[in-house]
Design a protein around this ligand. Sequence first.
Ligand SMILES: Cc1cc2nc3c(=O)[nH]c(=O)nc-3n(C[C@H](O)[C@H](O)[C@H](O)COP(=O)(O)OP(=O)(O)OC[C@H]3O[C@@H](n4cnc5c(N)ncnc54)[C@H](O)[C@@H]3O)c2cc1C
Length: 477
Amino acid sequence: MTASGQIGRELEAVLPKERIVADTAARRAYDSDAYPIDRHPPDAVVLPETTEEVSRLVRWCVEQSIPYTPRGAGTGLSGGAMAARGGIVISTKRLTRIFEVDAANRMMHAQSGVPNLRLSQAAAPFGLHFAPDPSSQSVCTLGGNIAENSGGPHTLKYGVTYPHILQVVLVDPSGEVWTIGSRSGRAPGPDFLSLIVGGEGTLGIVTEAWVRLTPTPQCVETALVAFPSVRQATECVSAIVSSGVIPAALEMMDKGIIGALRAAFGLQYPDGSEALLLVECDGNDPERIADELATVESISQANGALELRRAQSEAERKDLWKARKKGIGAMGRLAPSIVTHDGVIPRSRLPEMLDFVYQVAAEHDIGVANLFHAGDGNLHPCMYFDDRDPLQVEAVIAAGEAIIARCVELGGSVSGEHGIGVEKSTLLESMFGPDDMRLQRIAREIFNEGDLCNPCKVIPNQKGCVEHRRRSRGVAW
Ligand SMILES: Cc1cc2nc3c(=O)[nH]c(=O)nc-3n(C[C@H](O)[C@H](O)[C@H](O)COP(=O)(O)OP(=O)(O)OC[C@H]3O[C@@H](n4cnc5c(N)ncnc54)[C@H](O)[C@@H]3O)c2cc1C
């Protein structure tokens, strides 16, 4: 019997057989997340339904010294849900209960495998929604959002995931169950919840959470603005935010995305469009929102906009959002693989940074298109390539590292929302000094990190991680 067959059989002592998957096809399906460069199959995938089952599984892994990796929908873009050292993937696919919508107190209690969009759908009848909205929201899970401290198009106004999480139930790396945070939103003492949110599944497995719900604005105005150059579009972003208008969303797509959208879906934009800005303003006062959009329109004109299309109905609004929501899908036609890089810079540096991104991609002979949260200065250069060609893989890694290095030089960050995972574990030290790194290691020890819970992620410190890296990238850390 293979090692994975053996582990699968032994797991039957912990969980019913039908919730253990160890066949070759399933193991291959779980060998990466949406970061295609690092792959490793788990020995088995398990599908618990309760906190108690997760705790039992973790205790079993600890007893057997088997590494385990928490996984939601696997849409992560930094390799976080990939089983770098094999072992067990603990999937939250069946942790999908919404226990309660407490509309009076604007809270919801749900299991961590609930897809993001379902949270907002459940809150909608009460005029509420869950504000964090990654573009993957129809599938990505609450647990994944918490682990990555995810953002989304509306982060500019509503913030990333952390301020929307009140309390979590965590199974720590030894299997012990903790309730962390407070439903009142006020917990005295050190803020342990802020370590869990953004912990990338290295501090334990979140099984349930109480999330904050946000009133859904009554008035939303959306416009798509076309520009003849990326520079004019990026300068316009700074000008809009400096004017005092804080749009709910301020997203940018460049000509690579425009071309892919035309080819894939026949979407039409004005001739000569090299960049698009999607601008959304929301609130409860229609006059104020109309004023804000009028300000956006005049700033866009001053920055050379070719056209501003303003949605006149909900259907038109959805049409304008297609440019943003279908962009990555459209790129699927350009090449077999895409790596979506993620870095942050002060938004006033966007014009020079975009020039740099195009230059680096050209130097490495890699195709690049950009669609990103421009209002936050959160870049997403999307590199398209063939991951079966080792030279192209090397080029994508090198280009990504050069871009992230420039983000740090400009006073930004190595990650805005996709996390560190395995992708950037060697880059963290370019942003943090030895003292910061030491504190991060100590923070892990608080949760009894050991070396089994999501190994090789964020701060790799084991021999097995070096081997994984060598195997998947042909290089050592
Ligand atoms: C097309 C596309 C668009 C995207 N757009 C955005 C965007 O706009 N903004 C954004 O921030 N991200 C975006 N992402 C990235 C990704 O969707 C988010 O990071 C998302 O939150 C991951 O959720 P998931 O359920 O897929 O998590 P997974 O990919 O399964 O896991 C991500 C990480 O979380 C850990 N994890 C998962 N569940 C748990 C849990 N219950 N407890 C502890 N750890 C856990 C995993 O170990 C892993 O480290 C996008 C991805 C794609 C493919």
